[in-house]
Write a new protein. Structure first.
Length: 303
């Protein structure tokens, strides 16, 4: 028996080794190297010197760099909350509707909801940038009586970030919808029928039976949303620019990291890889602080 188990383990290791090697080379090693880089100063073409925690101290004590970091951090939190409150709430609502037994044309609606997800983010961003441009869309909006919507949404620092976040929600709402739909379809029909026999309505069945049953999926989607939003870059790049225009109102952690560690801050344009790695290291810690408790809670719920 032991010999058979040993042979079986050796058999599976041969299939796991390529994936493990791929993970080490392309994920684990860059992560460790980035953490190590945060303790050095210098640029990509110049010599590096060990500075310890100076990059972290500079990030939090230098007035300009600290203001940019905390501004980007706050905007990223707002960006994440909009996705949680709009994208994921719509996702679970759409899923509840699409898994209803009396719902017709489910496949059509699923396709319509999921189509934006298949589009490239840059294409989506540029298209919405045109749609939201009052010069381009203003005449059409006036013809249909919606002239009040012809506003410079992306040029106003008070509306730019929510608008960019809502465009991102529109594009990615299909993913939580599909995940919630799969989870709801796995709920035993006997439980739902028992609730109906007891006189529970649609809302009571959803709140008392369906929602507790899919809580592990809710937690997983929350984790994915959290990680993706704290690494968001492309949608802001497509709709605004890497400087987080206007007036840094759409600046996220991802755009700040790009300007600092890769492209370099204007007007000098020389990247500070150590400071950029420090931003990445802090983001990694923040992600762990958010992901691990959520994962533990959902695993407990699942048990």
């Amino acid at each position: 028996m032991k010999k058979g188990m040993t042979m079986s383990a050796g058999y599976w290791i041969r299939y796991l080794l390529p994936a493990l090697l791929f993970y080490i080379v392309f994920m684990a090693y860059p992560l460790v190297d980035s953490l190590k880089l945060s303790f050095f100063s210098g640029n990509p073409v110049g010599p590096r010197s060990f500075v310890g925690f100076d990059n972290f101290v500079t990030l939090f004590t230098d007035p300009e760099k600290s203001a940019r970091y905390w501004g980007a951090f706050g905007h990223t939190c707002i960006f994440f909350m909009i996705h949680m409150c709009v994208q994921n709430v719509l996702g679970i609502t759409f899923a509840a509707i699409l898994t209803n037994r009396t719902m017709q044309y489910k496949e059509l609606y699923r396709t319509v909801i999921f189509i934006p997800t298949t589009l490239a983010v840059l294409i989506t961003g540029y298209l919405w940038k045109l749609i939201l441009n009052p010069v381009w869309a203003g005449p059409m909006l006036k013809k249909i009586g919606l002239s009040m919507l012809a506003q410079p949404w992306l040029g106003n620092e008070h509306t730019a970030l929510p608008v960019v976040a809502l465009v991102s929600c529109w594009q990615w709402v299909g993913i939580p919808t599909m995940m919630f739909s799969a989870a709801l379809q796995n709920i035993p029909e006997e439980l739902i029928e028992a609730g109906r026999i007891e006189g529970a309505g649609h809302w009571q069945i959803f709140r008392r039976i369906k929602l507790p049953m899919i809580m592990p999926v809710v937690g997983m989607i929350a984790i994915l949303t959290f990680v993706n939003n704290f690494n968001a870059f492309d949608v802001v790049f497509a709709m605004e620019n890497v400087n987080g225009a206007p007036a840094y109102s759409t600046d996220l952690i991802g755009t700040l990291f790009y300007r600092t560690g890769i492209a370099g801050q204007h007007p000098i344009g020389i990247p500070d890889t150590g400071l950029g790695a420090a931003i990445a290291a802090i983001t990694f810690v923040v992600l762990c602080a958010g992901v691990i408790p959520t994962l533990r809670k959902t695993q407990t719920q699942n048990d």
